[in-house]
Design a protein around this ligand. Structure first.
Ligand code: ADP
Ligand code: ADP
Ligand code: MG
Length: 496
């Protein structure tokens, strides 16, 4: 057992802060790394020490293994936490840490490599009787062969990048005629995004739910699961609202899926925190999708219903400790919902809307947690993921958690750029979401941008317009905006 004394967090933004907070509580010193675009960032200020690792593009900073290892050596860090994204699922990075005598807070390089390939992962878990989506078990390049298989498994099918992640490199094909084009697109997207053009085919499950299990393994062969997270509300195959527990799982289904998740972990000798993603069809059959070998963006909802600090547990396991509880000791309590606040414009196909946080005020109160990495006046750098914050609400029941979320969204004040907050409020109020009867096509099925209230920016523009009309028409000098028209609660309906 090695006690960790100093952790370098090889990441930025909210997750960097999140990790450092837990480290501090454990009496562990912290080191931040940052690019030139992040000199003023909160994670840099929060850490005990900080090292600049290069120019803004992540390919020249946050993705540079040798620079990060050098920063760890320079500061005497004995462990590295990779966060999520960036190098968190890079087996070369895990190996480089190991070779430098630094503890990588995550699984073995071998497990990362195996699970990093969706095809290799499927082959490994099949041996442990984990159900798979029907499809090919080898990469496929020949369109005619692919069409044949598609006819066998039945349209629609999904062409998927084996090295895929973040919803990229995936194409739905409805019919034979479209195959060629979609396959070419999937291959080229996979090649440019992951440097690996291998694609395979899976049956496209219609009306699916995305349900994933948080698992933990230690270096002594123990594996447990910390229940599920429902992540079916997605845009571009990427999550935007998550909750725990899922409203559709019965205790028996939860147990079956939990056991399958543990088997997935066993199939690769997993230790540390990981997530096993499943897809659930409308008949409640579940199939393995992939395993993410890192802490997940949406891990807070699991923390809120289990009372377990997942980062502290990661650190203890990396030190060589055993998991300090048994599966049967774990209980879920209450309900937690998370919404991701992205600098994106939901009315414009969720395209990033980078800019300055002119006003930024977090909601407050019992059961509300905001994990973010920004303050008022800061810029959201355009080089990185446009996530501003995660807003998490916890209450005794699902209904109460949703009500709390609506209140919290209403109190969240962000101007200067468009965000997904209004969209998330729309989700919270929607009958399909509230009833629990929804699937991954929620956005396509129900979301029309016209359903959104005016955003902070539109609102300000409107006020500016009203004021100027007022000025010219009545030749008044006062620019006072009536109190009821001040942008206090931007997401409340019928504000104007
Ligand atoms: P999951 O929700 O399953 O963890 P996502 O794909 O939604 O997976 O989230 C991981 C993504 O987060 C990465 O693919 C990357 O685009 C993005 N990301 C990476 N680093 C950061 C960061 N520091 N802050 C915000 N987002 C990041
Ligand atoms: P990524 O590595 O990009 O996260 P996943 O395999 O986890 O890839 O899939 C991401 C999302 O795409 C899922 O959450 C789900 O919404 C959708 N998806 C993936 N596979 C299927 C499938 N076979 N049928 C229907 N939807 C799917
Ligand atoms: Mg996934």
């Amino acid at each position: 057992m090695t006690k960790i004394k100093k952790i370098l967090v090889a990441n930025r933004g909210e997750i960097s802060l999140r990790v450092m907070r837990s480290a501090k509580e454990l009496g562990i010193r912290t080191v931040a790394v940052y690019s030139e675009a992040d000199r003023q960032a909160l994670h840099v200020r929060y850490a005990d020490e900080a090292v600049c690792i290069g120019p803004p593009p992540s390919s020249e900073s946050y993705l540079r293994i040798e620079k990060i290892i050098a920063a760890a050596k320079q500061t005497g860090a004995d462990a590295i936490h990779p966060g999520y994204g960036f190098l968190s699922e890079n087996e070369d990075f895990a190996q480089a840490c190991h070779d430098a005598g630094i503890i990588f807070i995550g699984p073995s390089a071998k497990a990362i490599e195996l699970m990093g390939s969706k095809l290799a992962a499927k082959a490994a878990v099949a041996k442990f009787n984990v159900p798979l989506v029907p499809g090919t078990s080898e990469p496929i390049t020949d369109v005619n062969a692919a069409k044949k298989i598609a006819t066998q498994i039945g349209y629609p099918v999904l062409i998927k990048a084996s090295a895929g992640g973040g919803g990229k490199g995936m194409r739905v094909v409805e019919q034979d005629e479209d195959f060629q084009e979609q396959m070419e697109r999937a291959i080229s997207e996979a090649t440019s995004a992951f440097g690996d053009g291998s694609v395979f085919i899976e049956k496209y499950i219609t009306r699916p739910r995305h349900i994933e299990f948080q698992i933990f393994g230690d270096q002594h062969g123990n594996v447990v699961h910390l229940f599920e997270r429902e992540c079916s509300i997605q845009r571009r195959h990427q999550k935007v609202v998550e909750e725990a527990p899922s409203s559709v799982l019965t205790p028996a289904k939860r147990q079956a899926m939990g056991e399958a998740a543990i088997n997935v972990a066993r199939s690769c000798g997993y230790y540390g925190a990981g997530t096993v993603e499943f897809i659930l069809d409308d008949k409640m059959n579940f199939y393995f999708l992939e395993m993410n070998t890192r802490l997940q963006v949406e891990h807070p909802v699991t923390e809120e219903i289990t009372g377990i600090d997942l980062v502290k547990l990661q650190i203890r396991i990396a030190e060589g400790e055993k998991i300090p509880f048994k599966q049967e000791d774990l209980r879920m309590s209450g309900h937690a919902v998370e919404v991701r606040v992205y600098a994106e414009d939901p009315a414009n196909n969720f395209l990033p809307d980078i800019g300055t946080l002119k006003t930024y005020k977090r909601p407050q109160g019992n059961g509300i947690r905001v994990d973010d990495g920004f303050e008022q006046g800061m810029d959201i750098p355009f080089y990185y993921d446009p996530m501003i914050a995660k807003l998490i609400c916890r209450a005794d029941t699902r209904e109460a958690a949703i009500e709390k979320m609506i209140r919290a969204i209403d109190e969240y004040e962000i101007t200067g750029l468009e965000t997904t907050l209004g969209f998330c409020r729309f989700v919270m109020q929607h009958e399909a979401f509230r009833s629990g009867n929804f699937d991954t096509r929620f956005v396509e099925n129900y979301f029309k941008p016209a359903a959104l209230p005016l955003s902070g920016n539109d609102y300000e523009a409107l006020i500016a317009a009203l004021v100027s009309v007022n000025l010219t028409e009545q030749a008044k000098t006062s620019q006072n905006v009536p109190a009821e028209k001040q942008p206090v609660s931007l997401w409340r309906k019928n504000r104007l």
